[in-house]
Design a protein around this ligand. Structure first.
Ligand SMILES: Cc1cc2nc3c(=O)[nH]c(=O)nc-3n(C[C@H](O)[C@H](O)[C@H](O)COP(=O)(O)O)c2cc1C
Length: 324
């Protein structure tokens, strides 16, 4: 399939694997890229720029296809070494960067100078327009359904995507709630040029996470996610578990008095414990409502082939048939 997104990134299928903390390692990124999508290594999961450089080199050994790196700009006090990470990306010959979390304007000139295409993740039309205005090549539009940080506007993709299509000139991918060929065809119909998936890619053979994480996603329904940290205006959609229930109880009892320190036990440093050790109640971890549509653990190749086959069938048979 050819869209402005496949052209922009030089990939076969318009499917991107979004950056995911402690999931987006070289194994997953390479598997997605080898299957014709765009795999993404999560920059900040690597503790230092040197480790990111090694991860990029490791990915390069596993694929000769294009892959990207996610740079999440966190609202933290002590900022990570972003210039160092960007240097590692440039020196590693990576040609695609997914930015998220905050305005990437400061870093665009150096990325562009090295021919790196930037796709910025946004949860609103106004942020998408801002990304376009500052020179991003594309945006990933994340609806309210998404795993991770859906922002504070709560606009689901059935509204957000066509609104983005009404306003944007640069291409965008639909993100949040995407799982299969139906998602892809719907995303294209709503104006997107492809789709970005997070949760769906965790439940794949190559995702380098504990088997219990994959099984938790397969077992979960669309009713099993919760929104946490809403009172801190840092909303995150996570899979419900004992730690999340404890966290929500604290949010309820403390109300407007809630501070980050009150919930640190449930949110800080939990990703390695969950993703690597399978300690499933260790804390809150991002997961999308799309878990309700995930029923198996295929390889990335099987998943992407299936999506493209389903999309093709839908377009050529179901939709063409209806159009008469
Ligand atoms: C476990 C997990 C960790 C994530 N970590 C990050 C991250 O570090 N940076 C980022 O930009 N997005 C992160 N995301 C968001 C995804 O890249 C993607 O935008 C989102 O999962 C799309 O929604 P979906 O899960 O419904 O497909 C994460 C999502 C999940 C599920």
């Amino acid at each position: 399939m050819k869209t402005r997104i496949t052209e922009l990134f030089g990939i076969q299928h318009p499917i991107i694997q979004g950056g995911m903390h402690y999931v987006g390692l070289a194994e997953l990124a390479a598997a997605v890229s080898n299957a014709g999508g765009l795999g993404i290594i999560t920059g900040l999961t690597q503790k230092t720029p040197e480790l990111l450089a090694k991860e990029i080199a490791r990915c390069r050994e596993m694929t000769d296809k294009p892959f990207g790196v996610n740079l999440t700009f966190l609202p933290t006090v002590s900022s990570p070494d972003y210039p160092g990470y960007i240097q590692a990306i440039i020196e590693g010959g990576v040609k695609a960067v997914e930015t998220a979390g905050n305005n990437p304007q400061k870093w665009l000139p150096v990325l562009k100078e090295h021919g790196i295409k930037v796709i910025h993740k946004c949860t609103s039309v106004r942020h998408a327009l801002k990304a376009e205005a500052i020179g991003c090549d594309a945006v990933s539009v994340d609806g309210f359904e998404c795993g991770g940080h859906p922002g504070e506007d709560d606009v689901p993709n059935f509204i957000l995507l066509p609104r983005a299509a009404e306003e944007l000139k640069i291409p965008f991918v639909a993100s949040g709630g995407m799982a299969d060929g139906r998602s892809l065809v719907a995303a294209l119909a709503l104006g997107a040029e492809g789709m970005n998936m997070g949760t769906r890619f965790i439940a794949t053979k190559e995702a380098p996470v504990h088997e219990k994480v994959k099984q938790a996603i397969v077992a979960a329904s669309e009713l099993d996610t919760r929104l946490v940290m809403r009172p801190l205006r840092n909303t995150e959609r996570v899979l419900n578990n004992a730690a999340v229930e404890r966290l929500l109880a604290k949010e309820k009892s403390l109300g407007a008095e809630l501070k980050f320190e009150d919930i640190i036990e449930e949110v800080a440093g939990v990703y390695p414990r969950i993703m690597q050790n399978g300690d499933m109640d260790a804390g809150a971890w991002s997961c999308g409502m799309v878990a309700g549509l995930i029923h198996d653990v295929p390889s990335c190749q099987e998943l992407i082939d299936r999506i493209m086959w389903e999309a093709d069938q839908l377009i050529r048979q179901r939709l063409a048939g209806m159009a008469g």
